[in-house]
Design a protein around this ligand. Structure first.
Ligand code: GCW
Length: 674
């Protein structure tokens, strides 16, 4: 598919844009692709292949102007006689088509740095890795890198609507200009593809899971096809969300029942139409019977009936169905239990090209959640983890919150599923991140929010990477290679998530989301549905606080495997960071620190607000090292907002809880919560 002739026109645009990439100022528009050396003593570059992907590799390396003595030789055994002569075929076939090696070796009697793969997309990934090493000043011989992605599908999910708005978007409008497509290709599509390829993202769902059927109309499919053509040489496949009622809304059928022959035929012919326009279309992402979206349950069918019907339509073309497990019901006394209850009875009933996609936690992208219990169940079903890069409940890109530590907590968690590979990362086949980008010049509104996009891709490639390492390499590429500054910024990023949790919803508290999901509002006690109130979740009264999900309470702990279940069920062994998620605890409960629960809660808010202030001080102290005025100022302005809000949230939350428990503020609390 890589050599398709239709990419020639977009390729010209691509190459021009890569060449221009060195030119712009420090406004964040270049993301972490800020290479472009002086041109002194530039290395010789040898890329023999002639395909669009090889043209891109050549252009990236030419833009980078890496200096040094050894030549850089990039190739596959098929497209380069130099690589063939090295006889690395068996090593390369072991790491698969997306894998690559970067090695120091002798070529024609001269020392060189080799980037090799069995496939050209692997070469592109290898080239970007080499550039990353160069940007972080780690391209020092002897080099011996061999990598392949640990997860096969690494997708961004855009919640972008066809009218240009973005659900839960905080960085401007959608970058997809549907009215200009397919004729006009915005230059940003290329930077977007470069950025994604540089971190190994290999799929993109273009539109919102609250899906417009129109995105599957022929008119819109042609627009999508133009993007697919542009991104194919970057190894990126496009996917679309499918509104389950499309056969009715788009096809004028009287039903969307997945077992109805007309409906089956409609989807089959829609799939055929899509693949005729987009031969490597990735597949459908579906939100069904969730938050008012249509689905198979409207016809008394199961999620498996719905997903399998779509999967059958895509199967002969090689497409997949990512079927979301984000479901809840206002009749449930504990919303957290619903997905497990609906999906585990269907384990083993899904087609092989169905992937059940669950959010990282059982509620809804809260500042901290335990991992979703479906990751420890349903081992007869392919599963994906959905992470939220856009900071819906985590400061909405006004706050600096580096999310990699949160994702690592989930990915590294032991589910105690049977078998040796029992961490969340090892249980899943695919990973999706809800994108945080928009039309803002710097893509993400907050310069540091770019790090979350970057970290998502790096963790999708290798969930074993540490959050620190990812932060450090992102800083080196984006701000500075100075070791001291890198260390300070890494430390600031690494503590930022816990800081946010502390001044918003500490100790496992969650979902105080009245309004726009920005400021915590624990007092919110009336809404159209009980599970939309804050009091449903924190259950604070004069005696204590927290949601009893133990075996004596809602029983949600029973959805976890032993021995984790027992650990969570016991107030004395439950990790304190999740205490109030699983337990209703008296205010006088003695915490491991020796403080009472009330004192501990106050201490969290206090330290959270203090640490937000400390981030400002750290940033200010690095003004000279950061160098460029614009990015320094833009970050400083946002840190000021964060610090102001953290203090306000502390005061308001503590004042509310004090009005419920009537306890005095601990003496260590420095400012009043009046
Ligand atoms: O977290 C909630 C969001 C909705 C979103 C929904 C979902 C796309 O507030 O905006 O809808 O989750 O994940 O489907």
């Amino acid at each position: 598919m890589l050599g398709r002739a239709s990419i020639t026109a977009p390729l010209a645009t691509i190459l021009l844009l890569i060449a221009a990439a060195g030119a712009r100022g420090e406004d964040g528009s270049k993301l972490w692709l800020r290479y472009g050396g002086s041109g002194d003593h530039a290395r010789r570059i040898v890329v023999r292949g002639q395909s669009p992907t090889c043209e891109i590799i050549r252009a990236e390396l030419a833009t980078a102007h890496l200096s040094g003595d050894e030549a850089i030789v990039v190739g596959t055994p098929a497209n380069s006689d130099l690589i063939r002569a090295l006889r690395w075929e068996s090593d390369l076939s072991e790491i698969g088509p997306e894998g690559f090696v970067i090695r120091s070796a002798e070529v024609d009697g001269r020392s060189a740095i080799i980037v090799a793969s069995s496939n050209e997309i692997g070469l592109l990934y290898g080239t970007f890795h080499l550039l990353r090493l160069a940007q972080s000043e780690s391209l020092k011989p002897p080099i011996a890198v061999s990598q392949k992605p640990k997860l096969k599908l690494r997708l961004l999910n855009h919640w972008d609507n066809l009218d240009g708005s973005i659900e839960r978007g905080y960085a401007g409008e959608s970058i997809w200009k549907w009215d200009e497509l397919p004729e006009k290709l915005d230059p940003r599509y290329v930077i977007y593809a470069r950025a994604n390829a540089s971190i190994g993202v290999n799929g993109v769902v273009l539109n919102n899971v609250n899906a417009s059927p129109r995105s599957l109309s022929r008119e819109y499919l042609k627009k999508t096809a133009a993007l697919a053509d542009l991104w194919r040489s970057y190894g990126i496949r496009v996917y679309l969300t499918a509104n389950f009622a499309s056969p009715k809304k788009l096809g004028n059928l009287p039903t969307a029942d997945p077992l109805d022959a007309r409906v089956i035929a409609w989807w089959k012919s829609k799939a055929d139409e899509i693949y005729q326009l987009i031969p490597d279309f990735g597949g459908f992402l579906v939100k069904a019977n969730s938050e008012g979206q249509p689905g198979p349950q409207d016809y008394r069918r199961t999620h498996a009936d719905g997903a399998n019907m779509l999967a059958d339509a895509l199967a002969s073309h090689g497409g997949v169905v990512m079927w979301r497990a984000f479901v809840y019901d206002s009749k449930d006394p504990d919303r957290a239990k619903r997905a497990y209850a609906e999906f585990t009875p269907l384990d083993g009933k899904f087609r092989l090209n169905v992937i059940v996609q669950a959010k990282n936690g059982p509620i809804d992208f809260q500042p901290r959640e335990p991992f979703h219990p479906l990751f420890g169940a349903m081992n007869q079903t392919r599963r994906a983890a959905e992470l939220q890069i856009t900071q819906e409940n985590l400061g909405q890109q006004k706050h600096l919150v580096y999310l990699a530590p949160m994702w690592k907590e989930c990915l590294d968690a032991d589910t105690f599923a049977p078998g040796p590979a029992s961490t969340v990362a090892k249980q899943i086949d695919a990973i999706a991140g809800v994108a945080n980008i928009g039309s803002d010049t710097n893509w993400c509104s907050h310069h540091f929010a770019q790090a979350n996009w970057y970290a998502f891709g790096r963790l999708a490639w290798d969930p074993d990477l540490s959050a620190e390492q990812i932060a450090d390499e992102w800083i080196a590429q984006t701000f500075t290679t100075d070791a001291n500054t890198r260390a300070k910024l890494t430390a600031m990023m690494m503590s930022s998530w816990e800081t946010f949790v502390s001044y918003s919803e500490p100790l496992g508290l969650h979902h105080w989301v009245a309004g726009d999901h920005y400021a915590p509002s624990p007092w919110h006690d009336k809404d159209v549905r009980p599970e939309f109130t804050a009091t449903y979740y924190h259950r604070a009264d004069s005696e204590g606080i927290g949601f009893d999900r133990t075996s004596r309470g809602s029983g949600a702990v029973n959805q976890y495997n032993s021995p984790l279940r027992e650990q969570l069920d016991d107030v004395n062994t439950c990790p304190e960071k999740l205490l109030l998620w699983f337990h209703h605890v008296p205010w006088s409960h003695r915490m491991r620190s020796g403080r009472t629960l009330w004192e501990e809660l106050c201490a969290h808010y206090e330290s959270g607000a203090e640490n937000a202030r400390a981030m400002q001080a750290t940033w200010d102290s690095l003004k000279d090292q950061i160098g460029d005025e614009q990015r320094f100022r833009e970050v400083a302005e946002r840190l000021a907002i964060q610090s102001r809000d953290a203090a306000a949230w502390r005061d308001k939350c503590l004042a509310y809880f004090q009005s419920v428990n009537h306890l005095p503020m601990p003496s260590e609390r420095k400012s009043g919560a009046e």
